[in-house]
Design a protein around this ligand. Structure first.
Ligand SMILES: Cc1ncc(C[n+]2csc(CCOP(=O)(O)OP(=O)(O)O)c2C)c(N)n1
Length: 246
């Protein structure tokens, strides 16, 4: 590798140089990410990954919450993260978490959006009846957030069938879970850091519903007509030019 780099005309002439370039890109882009206020759900996921540290597997559904999770969930050694991958089937996470419990014999977690969770919500009955220790986190932005984001950017903010009041609605998931006899709590997003062992760390199933703003976004994001290395939110032009010159 180092020889190949040294042979090329690039200013990167050694493996050490290459690593330094990678570190610099990570540093600059992480700073931009950290300064993007719309990425507040990523910070929640990072916090929750510690609270869910004892689970054997975390199944994640499909939508913005999936992007936030694979960007910011810090999984522990031997803790499996399950995604439906390219298949992208909403409704995947709760059944996957149940299966993961049988496979690992450990408590498991599941992270869902309010749209995806409604696809297989009836599985709460199985969870309750079999007393499966699944820690369910529903990130409720009262919207099909991922599609809503596309509608904002490419369809002149015509939020057809994706938001409350325009063809989509959800419910109080903590009430639904309680109706099934499952311990549940609904909190506002700003209170997420108050969640600790006394919730999500108990025996048996639990559901935590986190209320988010209706307009949530997953960043960074590729944009139609733009090269893949120039994503929103755009980084300062000077940094972009410098990184492209390396
Ligand atoms: C079964 C199925 N129907 C539709 C889609 C298209 N789709 C992808 S993400 C998404 C919205 C997901 O909404 P939600 O679960 O509330 O998650 P959020 O994006 O708000 O985090 C939709 C409709 C899909 N992936 N799977």
């Amino acid at each position: 590798m180092a020889e190949r780099l040294a042979d090329s005309e690039s200013r990167i002439s050694s493996y050490g140089d290459w690593l330094e370039v990678c570190r610099r890109i990570r540093r600059e882009l992480t700073q931009v990410d950290d300064e993007t206020p719309e990425r507040y759900p990523n910070r929640m996921i990072a916090y929750l990954s510690d609270q869910l540290g004892d689970t054997g597997a975390v199944a994640v559904d499909v939508g913005q919450h999936m992007v936030w999770s694979y960007q910011s969930f810090h999984n522990k050694q031997d803790q499996k993260i399950l995604f439906s991958g390219g298949h992208g089937a909403m409704g995947y996470a709760l059944p996957a978490a149940i299966g993961a419990h049988y496979a690992t014999g450990k408590p498991v977690a599941c992270i869902c959006g309010d749209g995806a969770f409604q696809m297989n919500i009836q599985e709460l009955q199985w969870v309750k009846r079999e007393n499966i220790p699944v820690k369910i986190v529903v990130m409720n932005n009262e919207a099909l957030g991922m599609i809503r984001h596309l509608q904002r950017d490419y369809f002149d903010c015509v939020y057809a069938d994706t938001s409350d009041g325009s063809g989509f609605s959800s419910c109080d998931f903590s009430d639904v879970a309680k109706a099934y006899g499952i311990r549940a709590k609904r909190i506002q997003g700003e209170d997420v850091e108050k969640v600790s062992g006394e919730f999500l760390g108990q025996n048996g199933p639990e559901l935590l519903e986190i209320m988010l703003e209706n307009g949530t976004y997953a960043y960074p994001k590729t944009c139609l007509g733009e090269p893949i290395h120039n994503q929103q939110p755009y980084i300062p032009k000077q940094i972009f030019d410098e990184l492209m010159e390396i």
